[in-house]
Design a binder for this molecule. Structure first.
Ligand code: ADP
Ligand code: MG
Length: 597
């Protein structure tokens, strides 16, 4: 075949493959255009998750009638006046969104600039019609129907309306987060989902978009260095989620999903949060235009920094400072070499052969801040926001039991309301009460799940938990499976679920936290995997919420009961996140520490 230039419609469809993958990506382009047009209010209407219809209406500067056909031409843009792509301030600049979307849908562009009449231009899968006059308020309205109807190969890859809606909601949230000055309204299938007034205070918008409880559980980030500024709102380490989906990162007003930024956030919280938990935050980074390249990805969701290490450092120190000011101090601990003496998992009673495991215990391999050495590997100890305190009471004066019966010894007291100090025949034992208890609950939970004997306990008052609609949808689709696991839950209106019963062994668990995390787990699982196949994940999430929290005062009998149960429970030497649950310092090693050897 000889070489030929492709017809315009085909070129646009090819580009559409990159720019518009699904309804949410088309929606993203349309809202970005509205923001670029200086809109003060944007209304988004979706039908069937955006698969049936998307409409975006703004009150921006509009498009002059004569230029409307040009807006649908490829590489036609009003946003690069001096051909300097390095200095682009707008969200768009490639001039390919509208022609791409119009080539794969039934597309209508209506616009009316100030002081002019309104005009409408329709385009049916790449074939533009004539300009027609239309009555409308100032601004622009773009309607997209039947996306990919004529491109079956694409249509096949789209997911359920539910999943596409979830992706659309995420896009609206991220752009609304970026622009608190602009009002947003979102409607889906005739129901109003979001209504955000223009000019909202940042804290209010963040709380409204992520979680209202964040209002009382956050620190304010504010740092400026060498022309770069970082501001935002980040959750306290005690307020975390099971996935990083609730982290919003904005670079010069552009929502990005950047691994560098995500890694920096992880680093900043490493000493305070378990590896598989994630803080909730909205961080706004303002960088000089010449220090960041936004033209890395057709959908513009990634950016490239001229000095990535500097930006990473900014985020880590910005977050650390804010947490520090809130009393989350990271204290340097004694010489690392002395802690090498601490041992763990030494007692033979603790290591059952693999084949006796009810199913694969899958503590994450540790790694990062928690891998390798018994305490935190980076030479630091964490005190999560409270003054260290030690207790001693009468019950703690019992004689030390023989090591072969009780390898973890007898409780002597509690430190920082988090660690149990015990004396064993051969040394000093420290136990992380939350990690240890979580492990025990997990093992019980697993056994009960496998045996199909999860006892459930009805809640005195059914608990209503507010979640966003996609999260409720995911839970609703799994209610039968969740009920087998002891959680009786049902849909309660568009954006809430109702819990009637929970697994009895979880005790007074934080049901709302549990349900939120399960919703995150379900998002990670996707629609295809059955819960039964991932019981370990579900059991771990449940155990995490059913455990004695760090910070709770325990009586000596309670502590001893915990130690005894650990001794007879398989895999209890590691918590569900792969960290040790207890460590022991042998008598001989204590002597070494004091130079008596
Ligand atoms: P880009 O945003 O990269 O310029 P698009 O294909 O998204 O490319 O849009 C093409 C042009 O159409 C824009 O440059 C802008 O001039 C105009 N346009 C698109 N949407 C709007 C809108 N909502 N309001 C005003 N002008 C718009
Ligand atoms: Mg655009």
């Amino acid at each position: 075949m000889s070489i030929r230039r492709l017809p315009e419609t085909l070129v646009n469809r090819i580009a559409a493959g990159e720019v518009v993958e699904r309804p949410a990506s088309a929606l993203k382009e349309l809202i970005e255009n509205a923001l670029d047009a200086g809109a003060g209010a944007i209304a988004v209407t979706l039908r069937g998750g955006g698969l049936d219809g998307i409409a975006v209406t703004d009150d921006g500067h509009g498009i002059a009638c004569a230029e409307m056909p040009l807006a649908l031409e490829r590489h036609a843009t009003s946003k690069l006046p001096d051909e300097a792509i390095e200095r682009v301030r707008t969200l768009g600049f490639r001039g390919e969104a509208l022609p791409s979307i119009a080539s794969v849908s039934r597309f209508t562009l209506s616009s009316r600039p100030r002081g002019a009449d309104g005009w409408r231009l329709r385009c049916d899968n790449g074939v533009a019609g004539p300009l027609e006059p239309c009555a409308m308020p100032f601004g622009t309205r773009v309607e997209v129907e039947g996306l990919f109807e004529r491109v079956p190969a694409r249509r096949k890859f789209l997911r359920s309306a539910r999943a596409e809606y979830a992706a659309c909601l995420d896009i609206v949230r991220r752009l609304a987060m970026a622009r608190g000055d602009v009002g947003f309204v979102l409607e889906h299938d005739g129901r109003r989902v979001l209504s955000l007034p223009a000019g909202q205070e940042r804290e209010d918008r963040v709380a409204q978009l992520i979680d209202r409880e964040l209002a009382d559980n956050h620190v304010v980030v504010d740092l400026e260095r060498e022309g770069v500024s970082l501001s935002g709102i980040a959750s306290l380490p005690t307020f975390h989620r099971g996935s990083a989906d609730h982290q919003y990162l904005l670079v010069n007003g552009r929502p990005v999903k950047d691994r560098l930024l995500v890694g920096a956030v992880r680093g900043a919280y490493a000493d305070f949060i378990a590896r598989d938990r994630h803080p909730v935050l909205a961080l706004f980074l303002t960088v000089p235009l010449e220090d960041v390249d936004v033209n890395v990805h057709p959908a513009k969701t990634e950016v490239r920094f001229r000095d990535p290490a500097f930006i990473r450092g900014m985020i880590v120190s910005g977050l650390r400072r804010a947490l520090d000011a809130a009393g989350m101090r990271v204290v340097n601990r004694a010489e690392a070499s002395s802690t090498d003496l601490w041992q763990r998992e030494t007692a033979p009673a603790f290591s059952l052969p693999l084949e006796e495991r009810s199913w694969s215990a899958s503590p994450s391999s540790g790694g990062g801040a928690y891998g390798g050495t018994p305490l935190l590997a980076d030479g630091q100890v964490r005190f999560a926001g409270f003054t260290p305190s030690a207790r001693d009471d009468a019950g703690a004066r019992e004689a030390v039991p023989a090591e072969r019966d009780y390898p973890l010894g007898t409780a002597r007291g509690q430190v920082a309301r988090t660690y149990i100090v015990a004396e064993a025949e051969d040394g000093l034992v420290l136990v992380d009460q939350h990690a240890a208890h979580e492990r025990l609950v997990l093992e019980r939970m697993r056994k009960a799940l496998v045996d199909g004997t999860v006892a459930r306990q009805a809640l005195l008052l059914p608990e209503v938990i507010e979640l966003d609609e996609p999260a409720c949808d995911r839970i609703e689709a799994r209610t039968a499976e969740l009920s087998e696991l002891g959680l009786e839950i049902e849909r309660f209106g568009p954006a809430a679920v109702l819990v009637r019963a929970a697994p009895a062994m979880l005790g007074l668990a934080d049901i709302a936290g549990l349900v939120r995390d399960l919703a995150d787990d379900l998002a990670a699982l996707g629609d295809a995997t059955s819960l039964k196949g991932r019981l370990d994940l579900v059991a771990a999430t449940m155990a995490c919420h059913g455990s004695v929290r760090a910070g709770r005062v325990l009586s000596v009998p309670e502590m001893n009961a915990l130690l005894r149960e650990m001794e007879v429970t398989p895999h209890s030497g590691q918590c569900n996140h792969g960290r040790p649950t207890w460590i022991k310092l042998a008598h001989g090693d204590i002597e070494k520490l004091f130079g008596r050897h």
